[in-house]
Design a protein around this ligand. Structure first.
Ligand code: NOJ
Length: 692
């Protein structure tokens, strides 16, 4: 491997400055670009979005399910595979760094980017973060974990301050980033927002003290796009690379353009160019800070083989990538309710209803948008599986997609419009009801519309979709609702329907994965990584907390986010964290403690179909005077596939984070911890105690 210090010593200052400020990609496919130094055989570094698949400009790639769906599998091994496949596709597009994964903890159910993230729980988010990073980097691509840190809402994202106590940061919001660092992540992207008043690109205590010094992060910190606030502040705080470095804005520079909320001012770029040189000259930034920035970039380039010309062939739209996209989509599908209507029998007459039954739901709007080579709509997937025609009806008008790119008239995103691919006919509610009446089973596909840079106004389904569900349910008492959403939604009709399925944003394999689960070719093995509850019962339903007042979001709820809140209050979730039915039945034996950090439990499939359960462990801490702790914390899970009658002993390693609390440092209180093992936070099957 190259001697980085020797290489840095050979560089001129101009060359060094060019290695830390984004430039124009001559090929026009990268999202971010560092030009390299041809004189010393240092090639360019190409950075590309994003978490759901590769968004190389003008190119196609596999559209993987939303990372929230990958997290819903509760299976980090599968997330690791998704990371590795995305990295192979990045390389096929000649890209070196992937701007993924997004690992922010889901604090606000309305957040427009929840689909790009992982969970409301820091242990699950950390497990998936670690796995995605390891997968990406196993294929010699730099992973970029984002957005560091407390980027939990899109409203006011470029200015809002997340005012959050250190304990909460440590226990909830920082762990998925620490996990990424432990997994060897090569890059960390700063969030646009402020934390406790300071912009993250300028945040020395978090960038230098925590990330670099305490955690030993050896890679480079990159700004979010146009997210740099200052030259001296950022350089001294520990920010290493400015992106994209080249200004963007209306073609006519004199045109007055009001940058919409959530969109950073694209004309403000180049803070690390000449201004950084000047700051070094006048001594406000030490010269060795520039050397450190450059060494961090070159170190990562060396690690992935860019400096020794290692051959890094890629792989695009291969059969295994297509299969994996389908596998993750199916495995992440959550069966929220089922009165026995599912799985469908092979000869059932099905009516498939919904404004977008002819369109795969690829993802949400913004930098994670993907353009796949092919996709399977619900109609295509079900028709294929049913082996005969499936009656379909839109029922109501299309749901308008929203995208960050639509807010920027001068950006050609290349993203496809959301006009439905279906037949050109007026949607008719009567036709949908008639189709439902005539069928054995009515399946209604509904969706939300979320995007980067915007939060949802409400957790209700947009348009007239609730009305559509009610009308179909009134016409057929075997109605199945399939949710395709980027996070929790309200399901006011749930008592009137026979089953509810949550598919998240399933990506290109959409309809195929849906058929796999609806017909029972696969057991629905997804579990909720986030609590579904009535809108007003979330801890962030108070304006002071979300979206905040006077540009400050007060994280007053502390560590009581998600199920931690519902456990500690009288508010009842609709569907609790970890919840998800199977088509079979599992019985749990008595848990035993193998050590003070490991428990075992035997799980048996007592039903008559093969199934996959997700065995979950939660820890209840001992009471400590004066310390307000969650009732219980998720400590780990293990998916297990069992044939009918089969039983297996599952070992659960308890994550130390679930046992610890932060108060001027980490503490594990001595005493007795109750370990609960079960199928969700609200469905415990056995308990055992451990001593610390
Ligand atoms: C802004 C987004 O916040 C970030 O996630 C993305 O990677 C960059 N834009 C580049 O598109």
């Amino acid at each position: 491997m190259a001697d980085i210090d020797a290489l840095v010593a050979e560089l001129t200052r101009t060359e060094k400055l060019a290695l830390v400020r984004g430039a124009e990609d001559p090929e026009g496919t990268a999202t971010g670009y560092l030009p390299g130094v041809p004189r010393l055989d240092i090639p360019p570094l190409r950075l590309v979005d994003g978490p759901l698949g590769i968004r190389a400009e003008g190119e196609r790639s596999t559209a993987f399910p939303a990372t929230l769906a990958a997290a819903a599998t509760f299976d980090p091994d599968l997330a690791r595979e998704q990371g590795a496949a995305m990295a192979r596709e990045a390389r096929a597009h000649d890209q070196d760094a992937l701007l993924a994964p997004g690992v922010n903890v889901l604090r606000v159910p309305h957040c427009g980017r929840n689909f790009e993230y992982l969970s409301e729980d820091p242990v699950l988010a950390s497990d998936c973060s670690r796995a995605l990073v390891a997968g990406i980097e196993s294929e010699d691509v730099i992973a970029t974990v984002k957005h560091f840190v407390a980027n939990n809402q899109e409203t006011g994202r470029t200015t809002v301050s997340a005012d959050v106590h250190e304990r909460t940061l440590r226990e909830l919001y920082l762990p998925p980033f620490r996990a990424a660092v432990e997994a060897g992540v090569g890059s960390v992207m700063t969030a646009y927002n402020r934390v406790n008043g300071t912009h993250m690109s300028d945040h020395e205590p978090l960038l230098s003290d925590v990330l670099k010094d305490e955690w030993g992060f050896a890679g480079y910190v990159v700004s979010d796009w146009y997210g740099l606030e200052s030259t001296v502040g950022a350089a001294n705080a520990g920010l290493d690379v400015e992106m994209p470095g080249v200004p963007s804005g209306p073609d006519d520079p004199d045109e007055e353009f009001e940058w919409p909320d959530g969109i950073p001012d694209g004309t403000r770029a180049g803070l690390f160019g000449e201004p950084l040189a000047a700051a070094i000259d006048d001594g406000s930034v030490p010269a060795d800070r520039l050397d450190d920035m450059v060494a961090r970039v070159l170190g990562q380039m060396a690690r992935i083989g860019l400096l020794d010309g290692r051959d890094r062939p890629g792989e695009l739209d291969s059969e295994r990538h297509r299969d994996l996209a389908r596998d993750v989509a199916a495995r992440g599908t959550v069966l929220l309710e089922n009165d026995g209507v599912l799985p469908l029998s092979d000869d059932a007459d099905v009516a498939l209803v919904g404004p977008h039954v002819h369109d795969a739901k690829l993802g949400g709007g913004g930098s994670s948008e993907t353009t796949p080579f092919h996709s399977v709509s619900p109609v295509d997937g079900l028709t294929d599986r049913a082996g005969g025609p499936v009656t379909s009806a839109r029922g109501i008008p299309e749901i308008e997609n929203v995208s960050l790119f639509d807010l920027l008239p001068f950006v050609d995103s290349g993203h496809e419009t959301d006009d439905s691919d279906g037949p050109d006919e007026e949607p008719s509610l009567d036709a949908a009801v008639a189709a439902a009446e005539d069928a054995d089973v009515a399946i209604v596909c509904v969706r939300d519309a979320t995007t980067e840079a915007r939060d949802r106004d409400s957790l209700a389904l947009p348009g007239r979709q609730d009305k559509l569900v009610e009308a179909v349910a009134a016409a057929n008492d075997r109605t199945v609702v399939v949710l395709r959403t980027g996070g929790p939604v309200e399901t006011p009709w749930r008592d009137d329907v026979a089953a509810v399925v949550e598919q998240w944003y399933p990506g290109q394999a959409d309809g195929a994965a849906l058929a796999d689960v609806l017909y029972g070719d696969r057991d629905p093995s997804g579990r909720l990584p986030v609590t579904f509850a009535p809108e007003e019962s979330y801890p962030t339903s108070d304006e002071r907390r979300f979206p905040g007042v006077d540009d400050v979001a007060h994280y007053d709820e502390g560590v009581f986010v998600g199920y931690r809140h519902f456990d500690a209050s009288d508010d009842e979730p609709t569907y609790p964290f970890g919840h998800g039915h199977s088509y079979t039945t599992f019985e749990y034996g008595a848990a035993t403690a193998v050590s003070d950090a490991t428990v075992e439990v035997t799980v048996e499939n007592v039903g008559d179909r093969a199934g996959r359960d997700v065995v979950q462990a939660y820890v209840r801490p001992p009471a400590v005077e004066g310390i307000d702790r969650p009732v219980r914390e998720f400590a780990g899970a293990q998916p297990v596939a069992l044939d009918p009658g089969e039983s297996r002993t599952v070992t659960l390693a308890l994550d130390e984070l679930a046992l610890s609390r932060y108060q001027d440092g980490w503490t594990v209180d001595s005493g007795r911890y109750t370990v609960e093992v079960g199928r969700s936070v609200a469905d415990m099957r056995t308990t055992v105690t451990i001593e610390r």
